[in-house]
Design a protein. Structure first.
Length: 224
C-alpha cells in the first residue's frame, strides 16, 4: 500500500461526511460487508484489501488510485488551460499589401483581406494581421507566426512595429529611440545588418500588440 490504512480511513470518512451517509449505507452501496467497512473507515485495518478500498472509493465518487496515493483528487498533468476570450475578428493581409496600410485603407473592402481571423487580443477597428516571414525577428517571432498590428497605438521605444520604407516596402522590426537617433533593430543576433537607420520618409504602419500561430493546415493546391 502507498499509504497507511489509518490515512485511507480518514480520507474515506471525510468524504462520507460530505454525502451524509451512515457506514451501513456506504457498505450497502459499495457491496462491502459492514464490519469490513467500519474497520477501514476507523483505520483499524493496517493493510486493507485493495478491492475493498476500490469499491468504497467508487461508491463515494473517488479515484481509488488517488486515494491510495493519499489524495482525494487525482493530480493530472494538464498542459492546456482555457483559452482567452475572442475579442473580434481581424483581417489577415499579405505582405505585398502591408505597405499600403500606412494610408487610410478601408480594410472592409471586398477581397482586400486574405481571410478573417478570430483574435484573442484587444484591438482597434483598424487592426490587421500579418504572417511573419524570414528570420530577422527570431527567436521572439518565428516564420509563420501571425502578428497583430494596430495602427491606432502611438509607437514608443522598444515597441515592435511594422513600417513602410520610402521605396514602398513593409518591414517588421523593433523600434529604437535613442540619443543617437531613431533606428530599427532586427532581434536575431545572427542577422546581417541588424541596425537599420530610419531614412526620411519612413512611415509607421502600426504597433505589434500580440502574436499567435495559425495551426490550421492549408489545403493543398490543385494540380489542375
Amino acid at each position: 500500500m502507498a499509504i497507511s490504512g489509518l490515512l485511507i480511513g480518514r480520507l474515506l470518512s471525510e468524504k462520507l461526511k460530505e454525502f451524509g451517509w451512515s457506514e451501513g449505507e456506504l457498505a450497502r452501496r459499495a457491496s462491502v460487508p459492514q464490519p469490513t467497512t467500519h474497520r477501514i473507515l476507523a483505520g483499524e485495518s493496517n493493510n486493507p484489501r485493495i478491492d475493498n478500498v476500490n469499491k468504497l472509493a467508487k461508491a463515494l465518487g473517488l479515484d481509488s488510485a488517488a486515494l491510495l496515493a493519499g489524495k482525494l483528487e487525482t493530480e493530472i498533468d494538464i498542459n492546456v488551460t482555457a483559452g482567452p476570450d475572442i475579442k473580434g475578428r481581424v483581417p489577415r493581409i499579405s505582405w505585398v499589401q502591408a505597405g499600403a496600410l500606412c494610408e487610410a485603407v478601408n480594410l472592409f473592402e471586398p477581397g482586400y483581406a486574405e481571410e478573417w481571423l478570430d483574435c484573442p487580443f484587444p484591438h482597434s477597428s483598424r487592426a490587421f494581421c500579418l504572417e511573419v516571414r524570414g528570420m530577422s525577428m527570431f527567436p521572439d517571432y518565428r516564420p509563420g507566426e501571425l502578428i497583430l498590428v494596430d495602427p491606432s497605438i502611438e509607437p514608443a521605444h522598444n515597441d515592435d512595429i511594422v513600417v513602410r520604407t520610402p521605396d514602398g516596402h513593409a518591414t517588421f522590426k523593433r523600434l529604437q529611440i535613442t540619443e543617437d537617433g531613431t533606428h530599427l533593430l532586427a532581434l536575431n543576433p545572427e542577422f546581417p545588418n541588424r541596425i537599420i537607420h530610419v531614412p526620411d520618409g519612413t512611415e509607421i504602419c502600426g504597433v505589434v500588440t500580440g502574436s499567435w500561430m495559425n495551426r490550421r493546415r492549408k489545403t493543398p493546391a490543385s494540380n489542375s
